[in-house]
Ligand binder design. Structure first.
Ligand SMILES: Cc1cc2nc3c(=O)[nH]c(=O)nc-3n(C[C@H](O)[C@H](O)[C@H](O)COP(=O)(O)OP(=O)(O)OC[C@H]3O[C@@H](n4cnc5c(N)ncnc54)[C@H](O)[C@@H]3O)c2cc1C
Length: 164
């Protein structure tokens, strides 16, 4: 008997077509989950692969060589590609809103939109970092061969890592 494809009853939505989701799509192409429709949302049809950036700066690759062709990759993975920018995710209604367009529903959504260099625009970014009453104190780690200076030079920063 011929195998009938399962109807698509689940929606997996990938927001951002960069490094992380490009790898997901490549693996999905090799091992798809039956009955699941995959949608990729990315502002443009290509995404630069950051790992090749040093090679580009060194002159080994052209700028175009850095680009992942998302149209080809989505076709390879059997995914639909929406060219647009997601600007809202509602985890209760399970919808993603696309800038200037409508909403799409999801069962599972994954957000990998990389980093950006607009940090100064974030509230609190320009304020001096200090340990205040609301900032938890760094636990007292004993001095160790890996931290021979002990805890005194570790400063927890809200929303960040530890600064030495
Ligand atoms: C030189 C260099 C070397 C690296 N080497 C490694 C390595 O060897 N191993 C490793 O694990 N990591 C490495 N990294 C880090 C890795 O590249 C990043 O962690 C990774 O790119 C993050 O993946 P991402 O998919 O979230 O973001 P990105 O690859 O930056 O992609 C984000 C995508 O999201 C899109 N996007 C942005 N906003 C929206 C929106 N609102 N809606 C829809 N789409 C949106 C962007 O247009 C872009 O296409 C390296 C990074 C650099 C710079």
């Amino acid at each position: 008997m011929m195998d009938m494809p399962l109807p698509l009853t689940r929606d997996l939505v990938l927001i951002g077509g960069g490094h992380a989701h490009a790898l997901v799509l490549r693996m999905w192409a090799m091992q798809p989950v039956a009955g699941t429709r995959v949608t990729l949302i990315n502002p443009g049809p290509t995404a630069p692969y950051s790992g090749m950036l040093p090679g580009h700066i060194a002159g080994h690759y052209t700028r175009e060589a850095l680009d992942i062709d998302l149209v080809k990759l989505a076709r390879f993975a059997g995914a639909r590609l929406i060219l647009g920018e997601a600007n809202r995710v509602d985890p209760v209604a399970k919808t993603v809103t696309l800038a200037g367009r409508g909403e799409i529903g999801y069962d599972v959504a994954s957000i990998d939109v990389g980093i950006h260099t607009e940090m100064p625009g974030l509230p609190g970014f320009a304020e001096p970092r200090s340990t205040s009453a609301s900032t938890p104190k760094c636990p007292a780690f004993p001095a160790s061969p890996r931290m021979p200076w002990g805890p005194s030079r570790l400063t927890p920063t809200p929303g960040g890592g530890a600064i030495f």
